[in-house]
Write a protein that binds this ligand. Structure first.
Ligand code: FE2
Length: 586
């Protein structure tokens, strides 16, 4: 039985294919069309999923889409009357959504009648919850989804047991932790879609001096919360999100009201310098998010009696808050879906259909994130031959896995910046050792070097470490698995000076714990680096430069040549700049 999950006409358009209850492939459209957070219809992602599963469209039995126009209909109608323009915009999106079969037929150039698959509509947050619970290792768990907005809700919780989910509550529009974070992010001058994680990084540099005001911006009574709507505009105008253009990054309208400036001082313009005041505001934003989020989780633990929790929704990307779950709630185990944002809905909707609608038992755990495209050795070789590499200045060696790991680790230990392109692309926004840039964590100035030469990011944003899972407890104060970089832990104080590059200003690191089982080649690289240096972790950042993470080998080579990386492990090939080429650059 083949189930195709499709997240369309929404940020992070994506597709996933589940065959007989097991995930076979999942990818976001942005990796193909090279538009960050691309919305629209994910035709290329669907094509990739079907190709990988060896299926034609007519062999798909079920199509699951993470949106249900009938969810919260009364709330929708209430706001539609108050916000006609918003209602019109949503009606347009809904019209597209009801035409999923037609969109599929158009993308595959077939008659819509030839598509025999049954269509399932899954409510947005139920798809988020399913994306975490149904692929988690837990038989029983508490479940929480929190994001900006989906199907007119922002938050949903419940329990999963014996392969069934039971929904126990939700918070509806206009109250939303995701929109709260977005509105304050905008107020702080970060206006792009997806900028929230920048402000999370900034928060570590400040003090939560304005917590009292932020407690008025979000009121909480334990399990649920509501926004102080005087600080916002989205409940009057509708959250202006433009998902319409598939070939464009979504754009958000302004969400904070004048009251924000009245109470907290003037909003920062994007070009304005960052002052301590802004850092303190970011710290206050984060501190209040943590109070409310951890409070909800405490209450959820109390009411469900569960020791494990599954998390999804954009707020579940707040790795700083997630890292505090163990100390601030009774939960002892945490599973965060690697694509916790809306990309993950494709997987969630497909598993929801398999378990919740078709009643099938569980047989799958997502213990790694490598569900994206892979390219053959021949394709890799062709990419090298047809690129600027052919002009010379580079040494290319084809190596066995152990030798590749050893030589690459040696380069990293020498302070070289290494592109590491291997196997299947990661599912979700984090590079986890298949589309990564790797560097020496021991060097104080590595963050600056990476920023100057390759990433061009704001200096306050941290870089993350990948560590051998079996050594995590020796370097961090927690050792609970974090395979998808969704938890930040404190680095042990005595270790901080040894790994300054991926240790954030507050002493934490958003770590990836790497097991041999999940990614043997990456594990060997880190192990080899550990053997050389006594430090069993590397700095890992995504393989890109202000673009979606590279997908094809051509993009990897192009990014390598465009930026100033020193070496590139491209599959089995190790490419190094020769001395002459390196000198010519400087
Ligand atoms: Fe969502």
């Amino acid at each position: 039985m083949n189930i195709l999950g499709i997240n369309a006409y929404h940020g992070n358009a994506s597709a996933a294919i589940v065959c007989d209850g097991k995930l076979v492939a999942a990818v976001e459209e942005e990796r193909f069309n090279r538009v960050k957070y691309a919305a629209g219809f994910p035709a290329e992602a669907i094509r990739y999923c079907l190709r990988t599963a060896g299926l034609t469209l007519s062999e798909v039995d079920h199509v699951a889409v993470p949106r249900n126009p009938f969810a919260r209909l009364a709330t929708k109608l209430f706001y539609a009357m108050r916000m006609p323009s918003f209602a019109r915009e949503r009606a347009k999106v809904m019209a597209r959504f009801t035409g999923i079969r037609e969109a599929l037929a158009e993308a595959f150039q077939v008659d819509p009648k030839a598509i025999r698959a049954a269509l399932h509509r899954v409510e947005h947050h139920q798809a988020h919850l399913a994306s975490a619970y149904y692929v988690s290792p837990f038989e029983r768990a508490a479940l929480l989804s929190a994001d900006g907005l989906g199907d007119f809700a922002s938050t949903m919780w419940g329990t999963g047991s014996g392969g069934r989910m039971k929904i126990e509550g939700a918070v509806a529009f206009p109250h939303s932790l995701g929109l709260y974070y977005t509105a304050v992010t905008q107020y702080l001058g970060f206006l792009k879609f997806g900028d929230e994680y920048k402000v999370m990084g900034l928060a570590a540099y400040g003090q939560p001096e304005h917590l009292d005001v932020f407690r008025e911006i979000v009121h909480s009574n334990g399990q649920a919360f509501r926004l102080g709507l005087e600080f916002f505009t989205h409940h009057k105008t509708g959250p202006e999100m433009s998902w319409a253009q598939g070939d464009q990054t979504p754009v958000l309208g302004k969400m904070f009201s004048r009251e924000m400036a009245n109470r907290l001082g003037p909003a920062r313009a994007p070009e304005e310098a960052l002052e301590q005041r802004h850092r303190n505001l970011a710290a206050s934003l984060q501190a209040r998010l943590e109070e409310v989020y951890l409070g909800m989780l405490r209450e959820l633990a109390r009411r469900t009696g569960q020791k494990a929790v599954c998390l999804a929704g954009g707020v579940a990307f707040n790795c700083v808050a997630n890292g505090k779950i163990f100390d601030h709630t009774p939960f002892e185990q945490v599973y965060v879906h690697p694509a916790a944002g809306d990309g993950g809905l494709a997987v969630g909707a497909a598993f929801y259909a398999w378990h919740q609608k078709l009643g099938r038992p569980r047989s799958f755990v997502m213990d790694h994130a490598y569900w994206g495209p892979e390219y053959s050795k021949e394709q890799v070789r062709t990419a090298m031959e047809q690129s600027g590499l052919a002009r010379g200045g580079y040494r290319v060696a084809e190596l066995g896995e152990d030798e590749l790991a050893r030589r690459a680790a040696q380069l990293v230990a020498e302070g070289k910046i290494l592109g590491w392109y291997q196997g299947r692309a990661e599912w979700g926004p984090r590079a986890l050792g298949n589309r990564s840039i790797v560097a020496d964590p021991r060097r104080q100035n590595m963050k600056e070097i990476l920023n100057q030469r390759i990433k061009h990011r704001e200096i306050f944003r941290p870089f993350a470490p990948s560590i051998l899972a079996e050594t995590a407890g020796e370097w961090f104060e927690k050792s609970h698995p974090s395979p998808f970089m969704t938890l930040a832990y404190s680095v042990r104080p005595e270790r901080r000076a040894k790994i300054p590059a991926p240790t954030h200003v507050d002493g934490t690191g958003r770590l990836q714990t790497v097991t041999h089982e999940a990614n043997p080649r990456y594990w060997k690289l880190i192990r080899a680096f550990g053997d050389l240096t006594g430090v069993p972790l590397v700095l890992n950042t995504s393989f890109n430069d202000n673009e979606p993470i590279v997908c094809r080998p051509e993009e990897a080579v192009d990014c390598f040549l465009r930026t100033r990386m020193d070496a590139l492990a491209l599959g089995d090939f190790l490419i190094e700049k020769t001395q002459d080429a390196a000198r010519a650059e400087t």
